[in-house]
Write a protein that binds this ligand. Structure first.
Ligand code: ADP
Ligand code: MG
Length: 315
Protein backbone atom coordinates (compact mmCIF):
# COMPACT_ATOMS: atom_id res chain seq x y z
CA UNK A 1 0.00 0.00 0.00
CA UNK A 2 1.39 3.39 -0.80
CA UNK A 3 1.85 6.11 1.77
CA UNK A 4 -0.93 8.23 0.37
CA UNK A 5 -3.49 5.72 1.50
CA UNK A 6 -2.92 6.76 5.09
CA UNK A 7 -4.72 9.99 4.26
CA UNK A 8 -7.77 7.94 3.40
CA UNK A 9 -11.10 7.58 5.01
CA UNK A 10 -10.32 7.24 8.68
CA UNK A 11 -10.90 10.40 10.64
CA UNK A 12 -9.35 11.71 13.82
CA UNK A 13 -7.87 15.00 14.78
CA UNK A 14 -4.34 13.58 14.95
CA UNK A 15 -4.44 12.07 11.51
CA UNK A 16 -5.98 15.12 9.96
CA UNK A 17 -3.58 17.29 11.86
CA UNK A 18 -0.75 15.47 10.15
CA UNK A 19 -2.62 15.66 6.88
CA UNK A 20 -3.26 19.36 7.37
CA UNK A 21 0.45 19.92 7.66
CA UNK A 22 0.80 18.33 4.25
CA UNK A 23 -2.04 20.21 2.71
CA UNK A 24 -0.22 23.21 1.48
CA UNK A 25 0.93 26.65 2.30
CA UNK A 26 -0.91 29.72 3.29
CA UNK A 27 0.81 32.86 2.14
CA UNK A 28 -0.10 36.08 3.83
CA UNK A 29 -1.67 38.62 1.55
CA UNK A 30 -4.44 38.81 -0.96
CA UNK A 31 -5.88 36.02 -3.04
CA UNK A 32 -4.24 35.62 -6.40
CA UNK A 33 -5.63 38.25 -8.72
CA UNK A 34 -4.28 37.32 -12.10
CA UNK A 35 -6.23 34.92 -14.20
CA UNK A 36 -4.77 32.69 -16.86
CA UNK A 37 -5.24 33.22 -20.55
CA UNK A 38 -8.44 31.23 -20.24
CA UNK A 39 -7.79 27.67 -21.32
CA UNK A 40 -5.10 28.56 -23.77
CA UNK A 41 -3.07 25.43 -24.37
CA UNK A 42 0.55 25.24 -23.42
CA UNK A 43 2.77 26.55 -26.13
CA UNK A 44 3.42 23.66 -28.44
CA UNK A 45 6.20 21.19 -27.96
CA UNK A 46 9.12 23.46 -27.23
CA UNK A 47 10.67 22.71 -23.86
CA UNK A 48 9.74 25.13 -21.10
CA UNK A 49 12.28 27.81 -20.28
CA UNK A 50 13.88 27.16 -16.88
CA UNK A 51 11.95 30.01 -15.26
CA UNK A 52 8.66 28.48 -16.38
CA UNK A 53 9.32 25.12 -14.82
CA UNK A 54 7.45 24.77 -11.55
CA UNK A 55 8.04 21.09 -10.93
CA UNK A 56 11.07 19.38 -12.42
CA UNK A 57 11.07 15.60 -12.28
CA UNK A 58 14.51 14.37 -13.22
CA UNK A 59 15.18 10.72 -13.98
CA UNK A 60 13.14 9.72 -10.96
CA UNK A 61 12.82 6.14 -9.78
CA UNK A 62 11.19 4.57 -6.77
CA UNK A 63 12.03 1.09 -5.59
CA UNK A 64 10.13 -0.45 -2.69
CA UNK A 65 11.46 -3.15 -0.45
CA UNK A 66 8.54 -5.25 0.59
CA UNK A 67 8.20 -7.44 3.62
CA UNK A 68 8.50 -11.15 2.97
CA UNK A 69 10.39 -10.65 -0.27
CA UNK A 70 14.06 -10.15 -0.95
CA UNK A 71 13.33 -8.82 -4.40
CA UNK A 72 13.13 -5.07 -4.72
CA UNK A 73 9.95 -3.82 -6.35
CA UNK A 74 10.35 -1.04 -8.91
CA UNK A 75 7.23 1.15 -9.01
CA UNK A 76 8.47 3.91 -11.32
CA UNK A 77 11.71 4.37 -13.21
CA UNK A 78 13.42 7.04 -15.32
CA UNK A 79 10.58 9.51 -15.03
CA UNK A 80 11.41 12.82 -16.69
CA UNK A 81 8.78 15.52 -16.71
CA UNK A 82 8.63 19.28 -16.41
CA UNK A 83 5.40 20.79 -15.12
CA UNK A 84 5.14 24.43 -16.07
CA UNK A 85 4.14 27.25 -13.82
CA UNK A 86 0.37 27.70 -13.88
CA UNK A 87 -0.16 24.65 -16.06
CA UNK A 88 -2.94 22.09 -15.69
CA UNK A 89 -1.25 18.78 -16.36
CA UNK A 90 -3.08 15.49 -16.25
CA UNK A 91 -1.26 12.23 -15.69
CA UNK A 92 -2.95 9.13 -16.99
CA UNK A 93 -1.83 5.52 -16.82
CA UNK A 94 -3.02 2.00 -16.14
CA UNK A 95 -3.89 0.92 -12.63
CA UNK A 96 -0.76 0.09 -10.63
CA UNK A 97 1.68 1.89 -12.97
CA UNK A 98 2.93 4.19 -10.23
CA UNK A 99 0.79 7.32 -10.56
CA UNK A 100 0.16 7.68 -6.83
CA UNK A 101 3.76 6.80 -6.13
CA UNK A 102 4.83 9.69 -8.34
CA UNK A 103 2.38 12.07 -6.70
CA UNK A 104 3.59 11.05 -3.24
CA UNK A 105 7.12 11.84 -4.39
CA UNK A 106 6.14 15.30 -5.63
CA UNK A 107 4.29 15.85 -2.37
CA UNK A 108 7.44 14.84 -0.49
CA UNK A 109 5.59 12.15 1.43
CA UNK A 110 8.19 9.68 0.23
CA UNK A 111 11.68 10.11 -1.19
CA UNK A 112 12.85 8.92 -4.61
CA UNK A 113 15.42 6.14 -4.73
CA UNK A 114 16.82 7.63 -7.94
CA UNK A 115 16.90 11.08 -9.46
CA UNK A 116 15.39 14.17 -7.97
CA UNK A 117 12.31 16.34 -7.88
CA UNK A 118 12.67 20.10 -7.95
CA UNK A 119 10.09 22.73 -7.07
CA UNK A 120 11.12 26.18 -8.23
CA UNK A 121 14.55 24.73 -8.79
CA UNK A 122 14.94 23.46 -5.22
CA UNK A 123 15.04 19.76 -4.41
CA UNK A 124 11.99 18.46 -2.56
CA UNK A 125 13.09 17.02 0.76
CA UNK A 126 9.74 16.56 2.47
CA UNK A 127 6.17 17.78 2.55
CA UNK A 128 5.80 21.52 2.15
CA UNK A 129 3.22 24.22 2.56
CA UNK A 130 3.64 25.15 -1.09
CA UNK A 131 1.80 21.97 -2.14
CA UNK A 132 -1.82 21.08 -1.47
CA UNK A 133 -3.08 17.55 -1.91
CA UNK A 134 -6.54 16.21 -2.67
CA UNK A 135 -7.00 12.46 -2.47
CA UNK A 136 -9.73 10.26 -3.87
CA UNK A 137 -11.49 10.21 -0.55
CA UNK A 138 -10.43 12.89 1.77
CA UNK A 139 -11.35 12.59 5.43
CA UNK A 140 -13.26 15.61 6.59
CA UNK A 141 -13.66 15.98 10.32
CA UNK A 142 -17.18 14.64 10.87
CA UNK A 143 -17.83 16.83 13.91
CA UNK A 144 -16.99 20.02 12.08
CA UNK A 145 -19.11 21.93 9.60
CA UNK A 146 -17.96 22.53 6.03
CA UNK A 147 -16.74 25.99 7.00
CA UNK A 148 -14.96 24.75 10.12
CA UNK A 149 -13.30 21.97 8.12
CA UNK A 150 -11.81 24.53 5.78
CA UNK A 151 -10.76 26.68 8.71
CA UNK A 152 -9.07 23.78 10.41
CA UNK A 153 -5.78 24.01 8.57
CA UNK A 154 -5.74 27.77 8.90
CA UNK A 155 -6.07 27.40 12.67
CA UNK A 156 -2.95 25.28 12.68
CA UNK A 157 -1.26 28.12 10.82
CA UNK A 158 -2.46 30.60 13.45
CA UNK A 159 -4.36 32.71 10.95
CA UNK A 160 -6.51 35.17 12.94
CA UNK A 161 -10.14 34.12 13.40
CA UNK A 162 -11.73 36.77 11.20
CA UNK A 163 -9.39 36.20 8.33
CA UNK A 164 -9.89 32.47 8.71
CA UNK A 165 -13.64 32.86 8.37
CA UNK A 166 -13.36 35.15 5.39
CA UNK A 167 -10.90 32.96 3.63
CA UNK A 168 -12.93 29.81 4.28
CA UNK A 169 -16.09 31.49 2.98
CA UNK A 170 -14.28 32.75 -0.08
CA UNK A 171 -13.16 29.26 -1.04
CA UNK A 172 -16.51 27.66 -0.24
CA UNK A 173 -17.99 30.19 -2.59
CA UNK A 174 -15.41 29.43 -5.21
CA UNK A 175 -16.30 25.73 -5.23
CA UNK A 176 -20.00 26.52 -5.42
CA UNK A 177 -20.95 25.72 -1.84
CA UNK A 178 -22.12 29.10 -0.60
CA UNK A 179 -25.09 28.43 1.66
CA UNK A 180 -23.73 25.06 2.82
CA UNK A 181 -21.17 26.38 5.27
CA UNK A 182 -22.98 25.09 8.35
CA UNK A 183 -23.64 21.58 7.06
CA UNK A 184 -21.78 18.67 8.58
CA UNK A 185 -20.04 16.18 6.28
CA UNK A 186 -22.81 13.59 6.73
CA UNK A 187 -25.28 16.19 5.49
CA UNK A 188 -23.34 16.67 2.27
CA UNK A 189 -23.24 14.50 -0.86
CA UNK A 190 -19.98 12.84 -1.95
CA UNK A 191 -19.46 15.53 -4.56
CA UNK A 192 -19.97 18.26 -2.01
CA UNK A 193 -17.53 16.63 0.37
CA UNK A 194 -14.90 16.56 -2.37
CA UNK A 195 -15.56 20.22 -3.02
CA UNK A 196 -14.97 20.95 0.65
CA UNK A 197 -11.71 18.99 0.42
CA UNK A 198 -10.69 21.02 -2.63
CA UNK A 199 -11.66 24.28 -0.89
CA UNK A 200 -9.62 23.20 2.11
CA UNK A 201 -6.50 22.71 0.00
CA UNK A 202 -7.05 25.97 -1.81
CA UNK A 203 -7.55 27.92 1.42
CA UNK A 204 -3.87 27.42 2.20
CA UNK A 205 -3.16 29.13 -1.10
CA UNK A 206 -0.54 26.59 -2.19
CA UNK A 207 1.32 27.19 -5.44
CA UNK A 208 0.78 23.62 -6.50
CA UNK A 209 -2.32 21.48 -6.29
CA UNK A 210 -1.71 17.73 -6.41
CA UNK A 211 -4.84 15.71 -7.07
CA UNK A 212 -4.96 11.93 -6.98
CA UNK A 213 -8.10 10.69 -8.73
CA UNK A 214 -10.21 13.10 -6.69
CA UNK A 215 -13.42 12.42 -8.63
CA UNK A 216 -13.03 8.68 -9.17
CA UNK A 217 -15.56 7.70 -6.52
CA UNK A 218 -18.29 10.03 -7.81
CA UNK A 219 -21.12 9.32 -10.22
CA UNK A 220 -20.63 10.47 -13.81
CA UNK A 221 -22.79 13.57 -13.61
CA UNK A 222 -21.29 14.84 -10.39
CA UNK A 223 -17.85 14.15 -11.80
CA UNK A 224 -18.53 16.21 -14.90
CA UNK A 225 -19.87 19.14 -12.94
CA UNK A 226 -16.88 19.04 -10.59
CA UNK A 227 -14.50 18.90 -13.54
CA UNK A 228 -16.07 22.06 -14.89
CA UNK A 229 -15.91 23.69 -11.51
CA UNK A 230 -12.29 22.75 -11.04
CA UNK A 231 -11.41 24.36 -14.38
CA UNK A 232 -13.26 27.47 -13.33
CA UNK A 233 -11.37 27.60 -10.04
CA UNK A 234 -8.10 27.01 -11.85
CA UNK A 235 -8.84 29.87 -14.23
CA UNK A 236 -9.36 32.12 -11.23
CA UNK A 237 -6.42 31.02 -9.14
CA UNK A 238 -4.02 29.78 -11.79
CA UNK A 239 -2.36 27.22 -9.58
CA UNK A 240 -0.06 24.68 -11.07
CA UNK A 241 -2.16 21.51 -11.08
CA UNK A 242 -1.04 17.91 -11.39
CA UNK A 243 -4.16 15.81 -11.73
CA UNK A 244 -3.96 12.03 -11.75
CA UNK A 245 -6.64 9.96 -13.35
CA UNK A 246 -7.12 6.63 -15.04
CA UNK A 247 -9.94 8.12 -17.12
CA UNK A 248 -8.99 9.10 -20.66
CA UNK A 249 -11.93 11.48 -21.09
CA UNK A 250 -11.12 13.17 -17.83
CA UNK A 251 -7.46 13.54 -18.78
CA UNK A 252 -8.28 15.10 -22.15
CA UNK A 253 -11.08 17.28 -20.82
CA UNK A 254 -9.01 18.80 -18.01
CA UNK A 255 -5.42 18.79 -19.16
CA UNK A 256 -3.55 21.38 -21.18
CA UNK A 257 -1.12 18.54 -21.55
CA UNK A 258 -1.74 14.88 -20.90
CA UNK A 259 1.23 12.86 -19.71
CA UNK A 260 0.66 9.20 -20.55
CA UNK A 261 2.47 6.62 -18.43
CA UNK A 262 3.54 3.11 -19.34
CA UNK A 263 2.61 0.08 -17.28
CA UNK A 264 4.78 -0.59 -14.26
CA UNK A 265 7.52 0.30 -13.80
CA UNK A 266 5.90 3.52 -14.86
CA UNK A 267 7.67 6.02 -17.03
CA UNK A 268 6.36 8.80 -19.23
CA UNK A 269 5.44 7.32 -22.59
CA UNK A 270 4.30 10.47 -24.33
CA UNK A 271 3.08 13.95 -23.53
CA UNK A 272 0.10 15.06 -25.57
CA UNK A 273 -0.59 18.77 -26.08
CA UNK A 274 -4.31 19.38 -25.98
CA UNK A 275 -5.66 22.34 -27.87
CA UNK A 276 -9.26 23.27 -28.55
CA UNK A 277 -10.28 26.28 -30.61
CA UNK A 278 -13.27 26.71 -28.37
CA UNK A 279 -14.56 25.06 -25.24
CA UNK A 280 -18.10 26.27 -25.77
CA UNK A 281 -20.91 23.75 -25.80
CA UNK A 282 -20.55 20.01 -25.45
CA UNK A 283 -16.81 19.69 -25.76
CA UNK A 284 -16.85 15.92 -25.35
CA UNK A 285 -18.96 15.61 -28.50
CA UNK A 286 -16.46 17.67 -30.50
CA UNK A 287 -14.64 15.55 -33.14
CA UNK A 288 -11.34 17.10 -32.03
CA UNK A 289 -12.02 15.84 -28.52
CA UNK A 290 -12.61 12.42 -30.03
CA UNK A 291 -9.28 12.55 -31.83
CA UNK A 292 -7.36 13.35 -28.67
CA UNK A 293 -9.29 10.71 -26.83
CA UNK A 294 -8.46 8.12 -29.44
CA UNK A 295 -4.80 9.08 -29.49
CA UNK A 296 -4.47 8.71 -25.72
CA UNK A 297 -6.47 5.47 -25.86
CA UNK A 298 -4.07 4.04 -28.46
CA UNK A 299 -1.11 4.98 -26.31
CA UNK A 300 -2.66 3.30 -23.31
CA UNK A 301 -4.11 0.21 -24.89
CA UNK A 302 -1.05 -2.04 -24.71
CA UNK A 303 -0.03 -0.59 -21.39
CA UNK A 304 -3.32 -1.48 -19.77
CA UNK A 305 -3.07 -5.05 -21.07
CA UNK A 306 0.50 -5.31 -19.75
CA UNK A 307 -0.61 -3.86 -16.42
CA UNK A 308 -3.36 -6.45 -16.05
CA UNK A 309 -0.93 -9.23 -16.80
CA UNK A 310 1.46 -7.89 -14.15
CA UNK A 311 -1.26 -7.75 -11.55
CA UNK A 312 -1.94 -11.44 -12.14
CA UNK A 313 1.68 -12.41 -11.69
CA UNK A 314 3.48 -11.44 -8.53
CA UNK A 315 7.11 -10.70 -9.19
P1 ADP B 1 -1.32 3.68 -9.30
O1 ADP B 1 -1.61 4.86 -8.45
O2 ADP B 1 -0.82 4.02 -10.67
O3 ADP B 1 -2.49 2.75 -9.39
P2 ADP B 1 0.62 3.08 -7.24
O4 ADP B 1 1.57 4.20 -7.38
O5 ADP B 1 -0.33 3.15 -6.09
O6 ADP B 1 -0.16 2.84 -8.62
O7 ADP B 1 1.43 1.75 -7.10
C1 ADP B 1 2.39 1.31 -8.04
C2 ADP B 1 2.92 -0.03 -7.63
O8 ADP B 1 3.73 0.12 -6.49
C3 ADP B 1 1.82 -1.00 -7.25
O9 ADP B 1 2.16 -2.28 -7.72
C4 ADP B 1 1.80 -0.95 -5.75
O10 ADP B 1 1.35 -2.16 -5.21
C5 ADP B 1 3.24 -0.67 -5.42
N1 ADP B 1 3.41 0.09 -4.18
C6 ADP B 1 2.89 1.32 -3.93
N2 ADP B 1 3.27 1.74 -2.71
C7 ADP B 1 4.03 0.75 -2.17
C8 ADP B 1 4.71 0.56 -0.93
N3 ADP B 1 4.70 1.51 0.02
N4 ADP B 1 5.38 -0.59 -0.74
C9 ADP B 1 5.42 -1.55 -1.70
N5 ADP B 1 4.80 -1.44 -2.89
C10 ADP B 1 4.10 -0.31 -3.14
MG1 MG C 1 -3.33 5.48 -7.41
Amino acid sequence: MSAHATGGDTGGETLVNGAAARLGGFRAGAFPRHSPAALAPSSARTPAAPSQVKIGIRDVGKVFRTRGSDRPFTAVTGVDLDVREGEFLTLVGPSGCGKSTLLDLIAGLTAPTDGEILIDGRAVDGPGLDRGIVFQQYALLPWRTALANIEFGLEAKAVPRRERRERARHYLDLVGLAGFEHRYPHELSGGMRQRVAIARSLAFDPDVLLMDEPFAALDAQTRESLQEELLRVWEKTHKTVVFITHGIDEAVYLGQRVAVMTSRPGRIKEIVDVRFDSREGDLRADPVFGEYRHHVWSLLRNEVAAGREQERTVD
